[in-house]
Design a protein around this ligand. Sequence first.
Ligand SMILES: Nc1ncnc2c1ncn2[C@@H]1O[C@H](COP(=O)(O)OP(=O)(O)OP(=O)(O)O)[C@@H](O)[C@H]1O
Ligand SMILES: [Mg+2]
Length: 257
Amino acid sequence: MTQSFSPPLVKMQSLHKSYGPAVQVLKGLDIEMKPGERVVVIGPSGGGKSTLLRVMMGLEKIDSGSITFGGKPYISATNGKTIIDTDVRRLIGMVFQHYTLFPHLNVLQNLILAPCKVRGETKASATQRAQALLDRFGLGAKAGNYPAQLSGGQKQRVAIARALMLDPKLMLFDEVTSALDPELVAEVEQVILQLAAQNMPMMIVTHDMWFAKNIASRVIFCAGGVVVEDGPPEQVLGSPKEERTKEFIDRVFHIHH
Ligand SMILES: Nc1ncnc2c1ncn2[C@@H]1O[C@H](COP(=O)(O)OP(=O)(O)OP(=O)(O)O)[C@@H](O)[C@H]1O
Ligand SMILES: [Mg+2]
């Protein structure tokens, strides 16, 4: 069989987003992501990286522009009204910088809540899948623990497992190791690298140069609300073409190494 043409996994066109009249964050952002790509987004603080991911997750409205997912309309905005296809949104999982587990539920309950509620999966089936995921992430013994009884690294691994319970076709990671003590960073990055090895498409915001180099199939430098540079990690991180990218990488990434 010949390989048929596949549409981009995500196509963002001319995204505009502002918070009130004074704060224009996305100023006509265009990004196209192919199936299987792992895109690391870097850029100055306040440049709109989190906003971009939150828009993709359907958590923020946009002023104008559109996003397709798997070739189908996902988000669009006209006359200031944002339309989101919630069935498509369910195909995307997100993990944030700050822990977002439900504090009153134990690890297992955190994992099975959405599958049982959203999809009507039986408790037995969801529990079995949850336990398998926890085992895979080295958390098998923690199923009965409450979030307050976990380390930061364990909490983030649980948050990733929880997102995976809904079988996402794209994962978004927003600085998921930034709030962690340095010795806990690696265990979370290893879990994400494990997902990468299984070809999970992802978009990742990180300030960790080692991680960016190891996880990215592509790096995008965003500043001033637009894409400034976009290319393979060796190029964008190693020998950027744009002066603004070079300055940013020298300033932000090289201090840590
Ligand atoms: N809910 C909000 N209301 C008003 N302004 C906001 C809101 N969220 C973000 N902003 C502003 O939008 C801009 C972009 O913020 P965003 O959090 O997307 O940046 P970022 O690139 O993720 O930064 P960082 O690297 O510091 O995480 C900032 O100027 C921020 O102050
Ligand atoms: Mg951010």
